[in-house]
Design a protein. Sequence first.
Length: 105
Amino acid sequence: MFDKLFEAQQKAEEIKKRLKNISISAEVENGAIKVSATASKTITSIEINPSFITENGIEGLEDVLVIAINKVLAQADHVSQTEMAAITQQMLGGMGGLGNLFGKK
């Protein structure tokens, strides 16, 4: 049992490392604002088309930045959950009948 816990801990660390290397981006306002992040939820870049600021002002930019950042972070969360679900399924599959404790057959 301790072997399985140790293996699960190692797999979780592997996932954390892998998430740092997965890039995700979100665009809003037809690409006028682009936010990039890693799947570990670190913002890596923000690109702003200067004409957007001219047309919408700083307040418009602030509003759209919030939307873009939340969008990219939601994508990162989805990737992270998908990675964790895959490894959890793999781990439960390797535990024989224990996987059935959670309603899986």
